[in-house]
Write a protein that binds this ligand. Structure first.
Ligand code: NOJ
Length: 491
């Protein structure tokens, strides 16, 4: 046990992304600089001061590339240009420059699994069976009775993952909407084209990529039916997906300044999650831990996920933790029954574990899921409640989604030392100033029922009372914890 801990001690060569707190910006809903109701990149630029004041180190921008927005940017029609409504490439370059000046890094979303059906690659692919780019997507003949070639299903709506192209009489694969055809990752030309996309952005100065659908890029080459218990809707070739990730890792690691690959690894079993790290330094740098995100706020359950993650990850690997994102119900609602005290406890866990925490915009405000009236919904998969605009207190005229969430504005919380925002900012400051919290090993400490306690490194302990009853625990001395109260102690 001690040996493992020693291997995981902080090193002076720790890359920035291991010390960083990432902040996910859902651009459409973050800040609107030109009053058209849609958040944009100059809006983000204007709020960098806020993010710096808050104490985060890097931004992950939800997709900013050109898109018909059937899936709000996750249907890409041009991988190397910025959506005009966000301000175009020019605004992006301005944002990068200002972020750099402030020592904030910018990670962008990359969607390699599928493009939009409006992308010129797909337009060319679908034009004819003999098209030079036919094989850039996954085409198959339907069965004799007209049904799809296998039992794969689309993640949206659950219908078949295949749509017939009348003109050429074949079906194409789409893990998501019919307007999001899957690229054929068995085609070397596709791999090279995506390498070029990565280089385009890395050369421009991005700090790395959040990789959309990182768990399911390469599909089974024989298109065999998916096993009934498969968590994904299609059959994935994991080994080949890992091979593609090793290729990307080499590409990214050839750049200076420690660029990062953060995978959306939507898998619920931790051994598979651990496999996305390869041998620890040759696949993804960071992989989102969804078993943690979806755990109940329960001492035993959370401890188990964290202990198992710590046990399974290769020695060089570094966890990534998050409580909310633009696809799931916001954590104060989902995990904490809308109770602000519980949400503080969850946030304290997020920001004190070994690994890189990723805050979703609004997490710092304790923002709950919003109720979006049916007539104002925009998303086909009902995720609007997690995507409503940030309540700055002004700044939004007719926003694309209603403000909705029942939470005090940023301005009000900034002025209130007892606010959720103040609590979050204090935790971030504490984290930054304590080397143990930034880099120290995780070790579970004995604790009474309902309490989760751990040591970080050699000198810091955290105890979280995740129960409705008061509790006591010995750390540096005896601590009395009220219901849902946490403490960080020097030990
Ligand atoms: C995951 C993204 O986070 C989600 O918003 C999107 O709909 C799917 N991938 C498909 O790209």
């Amino acid at each position: 046990m001690r040996d493992t801990v020693a291997l995981r001690m902080p090193s002076s060569r720790q890359p920035w992304w291991q010390r960083a707190v990432l902040y996910q910006v859902y651009v459409r809903s973050f800040a609107d600089s030109d009053g058209d109701g849609v958040g944009d990149l100059r809006g983000v630029l204007e709020r960098l001061e806020y993010l710096q004041w808050l104490g985060v180190d890097a931004l992950w921008l939800s997709p900013i590339t050109v898109s018909p927005d059937k899936d709000w940017g996750y249907d890409v029609a041009d991988y190397t240009d910025v959506q005009p409504v966000f301000g175009g490439l020019e605004a992006f370059d301005e944002l990068l420059a200002e972020a750099e000046r402030r020592d904030l890094r910018v990670v962008i979303d990359l969607v390699p699994n599928h493009s939009s059906d409006q992308h010129p690659w797909f337009q060319e692919s679908r034009a004819s069976r003999d098209s030079a780019r036919r094989d850039w997507y996954v085409w198959r003949d339907p069965r004799a009775d007209g049904s799809p070639p296998n039992n794969w299903r689309s993640a949206f709506g659950g219908g078949p993952a295949w749509t017939l192209d009348e003109a050429t009489g074949q079906m194409y694969l789409h893990s998501f909407l019919p307007e999001q055809p899957d690229l054929n990752w068995w085609n070397e030309d596709v791999r090279e084209a995506m390498d070029d996309v990565m280089r385009f952005w890395l050369d421009r100065g991005v700090a790395g990529f959040r990789l959309d659908v990182a768990h399911a890029i390469v599909k089974d080459s024989e298109l065999r039916d998916r096993p009934p218990d498969d968590e994904t809707y299609v059959r994935v070739d994991l080994n080949e997906t890992f091979a593609v990730q090793r290729r990307w890792r080499k590409l990214v690691d050839a750049y200076d300044r420690d660029r990062v690959l953060l995978g959306e690894t939507w898998v619920m079993d931790l051994p598979t999650l651990a496999a996305f790290y390869g041998s620890g330094d040759d696949q993804l740098h960071l992989a989102f831990n969804f078993p943690f995100t979806f755990s109940p706020l329960d001492a035993h359950a959370l401890r188990q996920v964290v202990e198992e993650t710590e046990r399974l990850l290769p020695a060089e690997a570094w966890p990534a933790w998050t409580l909310s994102n633009h696809d799931v119900v916001r954590f104060p609602t989902r995990m904490c029954d809308g109770d602000a005290q519980k949400a503080r406890a969850a946030l304290m866990a997020l920001l004190t574990l070994r690994g890189t925490p990723v805050l979703y915009q609004g997490d710092e405000l304790g923002m709950p899921q919003a109720d979006v009236p049916a007539e104002q919904t925009r998303d086909m998969a009902d995720r609007d409640g997690a995507r409503t605009p940030i309540p700055w207190n002004g700044g939004w005229q007719s926003p694309w989604l209603p403000l909705g969430a029942d939470v005090a504005s940023v301005a009000a919380q900034r002025d209130d030392p007892a606010s959720f925002l103040a609590f979050c900012r204090e935790l971030l400051a504490r984290r930054r100033s304590q080397p143990d919290l930034l880099a120290g090993a995780y070790e579970t400490l004995p604790a009474p029922e309902g309490v989760w306690a751990y040591r970080r490194g050699t000198g810091t302990a955290v105890a979280l009372n995740l129960s409705d009853d008061a509790a006591q625990i010995d750390l540096d001395g005896r601590h009395e914890l009220a219901a849902w109260e946490g403490v960080i102690a020097d030990v």
